[in-house]
Design a protein around this ligand. Structure first.
Ligand code: S6P
Ligand code: ZN
Length: 193
């Protein structure tokens, strides 16, 4: 019987610290200074240290970005914190290939996935370890940490999805996630427009 090779994978998702190790891994960091204009309370924003780390993203892109038919894997870590009464959150985006869907799943911590369709209808899903989220076509998505520890969320998306940040940078989402009386509340808000 001819024996064939069983090889070790080149990348691991370490379950001790939820880091991707191996090569090639892309590491992104986003500090408050990279996130101006996304938070409602501009005064509170400028009082904070602009070097405050707000989130990091690790991604394994085994094939070049833009390749049709492939998949990317990533992990986002959003720090706990608020700007005024609004939770630390990601920039949020539609996919450049807007029909591209994506899976998210909660790994650690507590948070909210904020979703908005092209009619600007916004809704949200709770995220917690083992929660699974299907982000369908033409849906903008943003993560917010509503807990007191890091929120860690993994994701899998098409390698040709790309990112369209422009639409959200200009018009925002039509709702904001605020802490009101100690609870995370999704509040309608069209303050970008
Ligand atoms: C990629 C996927 C995530 C986000 C990450 C950061 O399609 O949705 O990896 O890129 O959560 O968010 P953002 O909005 O700054 O890219
Ligand atoms: Zn995405």
């Amino acid at each position: 019987m001819k024996q064939l090779e069983i090889i070790k994978p080149t990348v691991e998702f370490r379950l001790i610290d939820y880091h991707l190790t191996g090569a090639p891994i892309i590491n992104q960091t986003r500090k408050l200074k990279d996130l101006s204009k996304i938070f409602k309370d501009v005064k509170a924003f400028y009082k904070m240290d602009s070097e405050t780390l707000t989130y990091t993203v690790q991604a394994w892109q085994p094939i070049p970005e833009g390749t049709p038919g492939g998949l990317f894997f990533g992990t986002s870590t959003i720090m706990p914190g608020k700007v005024g009464d609004e939770y630390f959150m990601t920039k949020g985006h539609f996919h450049a290939q807007s029909q591209s869907a994506e899976f998210y799943w909660g790994v650690r911590g507590k948070g909210t996935l904020i979703l908005m369709d092209r009619t600007r209808k916004t809704w949200a899903e709770e995220i917690y370890p083992v929660s699974l989220h299907y982000i369908g076509a033409h849906i903008a998505h943003r993560l917010a940490n509503t807990g007191i520890e890091n929120l860690i969320v993994s994701a899998c998306w098409p390698s040709d999805a790309g990112h369209d940040y422009e639409e959200i940078a200009v018009n925002g989402f039509s709702a904001r996630l605020l802490e009101i009386n100690g609870n995370a509340v999704l509040v309608e808000s069209n303050d970008h427009q």
